[in-house]
Design a protein around this ligand. Structure first.
Ligand SMILES: Cc1ncc(COP(=O)(O)O)c(C=O)c1O
Length: 385
């Protein structure tokens, strides 16, 4: 046996890897599992986007390395999108770093900044990679509770001064996974001011900005005047344009941070496949109307889930954005894991216990809307039966 690195002592199996193993065992035993756990969109991108990928794939000259940061047109497509969508001006050469999906960018940001003893402020509940990236890099997470009574926003004023003195990064994510909370621009103004005051890099993760309902349009933290001095924002096409499998995203904003993270990345990976770069350009600069129609599909599913959960006594708010429903467990259960296990083992429904996202997720479950409407309806019928 060769001993693993000390670094591996903080590495745990990724939450969905563990869950998928149990699902596979149950499926092998003949159980029909409805997966409402991972936030993986079941729908494809629109036809124009798919055709672009097919055309690129047929071109024999497009199968080599795609360049560390891709083509100029690819980089520019992100800044064009930010200009049109948010009114934010960015330099595609210095203020945009393409990613192979935002997950790796989140991980690499921790490695670019954190020494042992350095702190990263992390929302709890929150996307697990903020914590695992911090810990594997040797940094220390400080969890900011997201509470319903605070509208799922962290109380920045409650962070102790001695923690702030050691803090280098602050992670925020609105529209929020898993709570489906949203943040007004005034909250980002406060966060930018706070990070400037305490010399913290504000890392805003914005993959759900195109997943608003009922007319809600999510902002970018970069809309705050002067945000670029201290802020980077992560954007991804996984949820915005149903392109999760293509692995494409970007970091936008502060040029110094982008240069540093980019330098690290050139040692670790290479840019996306050129066909995916072409596809991204088509997705970000082409027709966006289909996104509204796609949201109508999610909205129908959201309403089915909210009605089903309320029928069994769950307290649940109607999400204004994201592809998730965040619900309190029925009062007869004491832990999220217990209800999750019951639903999986007895009803064949796989959802994510809130504790997968942090200690403050206890008492909640997250339901993903990235499964067909028919199957979501069936899952709610099984739950209410
Ligand atoms: C908040 C948040 N950030 C980042 C990601 C990673 O997205 P990707 O790596 O597909 O761009 C996800 C995926 O679910 C997410 O929910």
């Amino acid at each position: 046996m060769i001993s693993p690195s000390q670094r591996m002592s903080v590495v745990k199996p990724y939450v969905f890897a563990k869950l998928n193993k149990r699902k596979d065992e149950l499926k092998a035993g003949g159980m029909d599992i409805i997966a409402l756990d991972m936030g993986s969109p079941d729908l494809p991108p629109n036809q124009e986007i798919v055709e672009t990928l097919v055309t690129s794939a047929r071109n024999p000259n497009k199968h080599g390395y795609g360049g560390f940061t891709g083509t100029a047109a690819f980089r520019k497509s992100f800044t064009q999108y930010y200009a049109r969508r948010f009114g934010v001006d960015l330099d595609p050469e210095k203020e945009a770093l393409p990613l192979l999906g935002s997950k790796e960018g989140i991980y690499h940001t921790a490695f670019a900044y954190l020494n042992p003893g350095d702190v990263a402020l992390i929302p709890d509940p929150g996307y697990p990679t903020y914590t695992s990236g911090t810990e594997i890099a040797g940094g220390t997470p400080y969890f900011m509770p997201l509470l319903k009574e605070n509208g799922w926003l962290p109380d920045l004023d409650a962070i102790p001064a001695e923690v702030l003195a050691k803090t280098k990064l602050m992670w925020l994510n609105y529209p929020n996974n898993p709570t489906a909370g949203i943040a007004p621009l005034s909250f980002f103004e406060k966060a930018v001011g706070f990070c400037k005051q305490h010399n913290i890099l504000l890392c805003h993760d914005n993959p759900y900005c195109e997943n608003g309902y009922d007319g809600y349009v999510a902002p970018s933290a970069l809309q705050v005047p002067g945000a670029k001095d201290i802020t980077i924002e992560f954007f991804s096409l996984s949820k915005s344009h149903n392109m999760a499998g293509m692995r494409v995203g970007v970091i936008l904003g502060n040029a110094e941070a982008i240069k540093l993270i980019g330098m690290l990345k050139t040692n670790v990976d290479s840019g996306p496949y050129i066909g995916i770069q072409d596809t991204t350009i088509a997705a970000l600069t082409g027709d966006q109307e289909w996104l509204y129609e796609r949201q109508e599909t999610y909205k129908e599913r959201r309403d089915i889930v909210v009605a089903g959960l309320r029928a069994v006594g769950c307290e649940v708010d109607l999400p204004r954005a994201t592809i998730y429903v965040w619900a309190r467990i029925p009062p007869v259960y004491t832990t999220a894991a217990a209800w999750g296990e019951y639903l999986l083992e007895k009803k064949g429904i796989s959802l994510t216990p809130g504790t997968a996202f942090g200690a403050h997720g206890e008492g909640y479950v997250r339901i993903s809307l990235g499964t067909s409407t028919k199957r979501i309806r069936e899952a709610m019928d099984r739950i209410t039966a």
